[in-house]
Write a protein that binds this ligand. Sequence first.
Ligand code: SF4
Ligand code: SF4
Length: 97
Amino acid sequence: MGKTPATGRDPVELLEFKTDETSHIKLKRETTCREKCVKKPCTTICPTEVYNWNHETATLDIQYPRCIECGACRVACPTGNLDWHYPRGGFGVAYRY
Ligand code: SF4
Ligand code: SF4
């Protein structure tokens, strides 16, 4: 992960997740990201780098297992294109301490 602190450790490694097989984050329309969102703020605001823009395929990669459920992306998306729900009961992030 690129934006990790000076320790070089991925902070997500400090957390525990129970990952559902189905993503709790979906796009309403895949083309909206490509055609209507120049700055793609989800790729910079997410603290755990769930979103990455794939320049080769011009698609948004969503690594939903890394989501810590902070909600920032839902506010930042300028087109309202994220279909985001909390993970099903029992799934998602769990804090170790
Ligand atoms: S901010 Fe919204 S519209 Fe823009 S790339 Fe991310 S999900 Fe797509
Ligand atoms: S809710 Fe927070 S951690 Fe999850 S994808 Fe959105 S910005 Fe990233």
